[in-house]
Design a protein around this ligand. Sequence first.
Ligand code: ADP
Ligand code: MG
Length: 497
Amino acid sequence: MLELKNITKTFGSVVANDDVSIFVKKGTIHAIVGENGAGKSTIMRIAYGFYKADSGTIEYGGKPVAINNPHDAIALGIGMVHQHFMLVDTMTVGENIILGSEGGNQASINWGKANREIRALSEELRLNIDPYAMVEDLSVGAQQRVELLKALYRKAEFLILDEPTAVLSPQEVEDFFGILRRMREQGKTIVIITHKLEEVLAISDDVTVMRDGKVVGRVKTADTNAKELARMIVGRDVLLRVDKTAANPRNAVLAVESISVTGKHGLAVDGISLNVRAGEIVGIAGIEGNGQTELIEAIAGLTPIQTGSIKFETKEISNLSVRKRIELGIAHVPEDRHRRGLLLSSDLAENSILGVHYRAPVANGGFLNQTVIDTKVRGIIENFDVRPPDPTLAAKSLSGGNQQKLIIGREFDINPKLLLVSQPTRGVDIGAIEFIHRKLIGLRDAGSAVLLVSAELEEVTALADRLLVIREGKIVGEVDPRTTSVEAIGLMMTGGN
Ligand SMILES: Nc1ncnc2c1ncn2[C@@H]1O[C@H](COP(=O)(O)OP(=O)(O)O)[C@@H](O)[C@H]1O
Ligand SMILES: [Mg+2]
């Protein structure tokens, strides 16, 4: 169906694609995997006409084609859903889809007919999208389905999905895969870029593996497994299981008692009590949006509590500022690393001192100590394997995985007594996941208390020594992650539905 032949693409001195050849068969789901920076997005953006290759050719449907821009791709029936959605929040689903494709004179659009078509498409694939809904009222999962509808409305037969599951909850991923399978049954062809090996194994027919801008292998999904794929991706053996000894918990570091927190849509945390001891990882499992974000933000001091108390080493801290809490030894790796974790336009050095920039040894008498900062940032880069290792780069130029390693490195650098960590490996590639997991276990073993929130059930059960399940703002149970099945935990998360 689509054949990319000997494609090379450079950006300045970076060879993003080095003689890449990929063949995708009609009516299949083809996964492209590889670490951050391997060149996956670049090759697919070339297929969509978003970038122009320096050299190489493209064949589509058995014929050589020139794809010079996305219009050419769309005319051929190629659609692409980008990692960051491109919808206008303040318009309806229908307006987003139609205005994106009709162009020209708005007055000539038959809105009723177009919206009926969108509804029919949505029903055909069970996307559950109302063309008259406002985009801003939709969940991330629904917005993603709108992006799919947009491509389908433009008659795409070949769909490129760039990390579509990075922002979805596990339940949404399952629903989404159901949709992809129905599309395949209709004869559509799909390319999916993902970091997650279990997703590759669950959804794809064939896999192409990229590393450092090159294709390093192609296998039939049925003939491979996670271990082999991981080795191809990283170029060495990767430990997919978390390796840890039993916890050796000591004194309680954090004691949360009956707190309630108001969120965007009313009561988000509804009388939660929990404690975390030195030397243990307490995990919180739950479907996203059940109060875990607000819970962590309340403990970090970013959101006030309405009732209850938060004690840190027996001291009440619920009225303390974020800064005071950091000074006590509370570190926070936030779920939204762009909004809360980093100053994207600032360099790595500046990002490495966030939270401690005002006090000794970083600052003295109002002056920043560049020598201290330099030592600090280089230490973080080295210990946390941040690539590229250049303190003067802007944070935004790093891949998601390297941004995350920088944040985690910075938070570890204050030697926290308590680490609050949300979605530590979201959007992070497998080499970095293994690394981050080891670091978290290492922090626990060094005697810190860790409170971990993750939407990845596998991750939270593997890392946690004790596991709390959250639903609708309440802790609905505590389980031993070593002896409780993922299914049983899933059932608690959903309330048995
Ligand atoms: N527009 C661009 N300008 C400069 N460098 C880029 C651009 N897009 C990608 N790169 C570089 O090309 C390489 C491959 O990137 P990309 O295709 O995005 O990788 P992946 O999608 O596998 O994470 C990386 O080193 C990246 O920094
Ligand atoms: Mg990419």
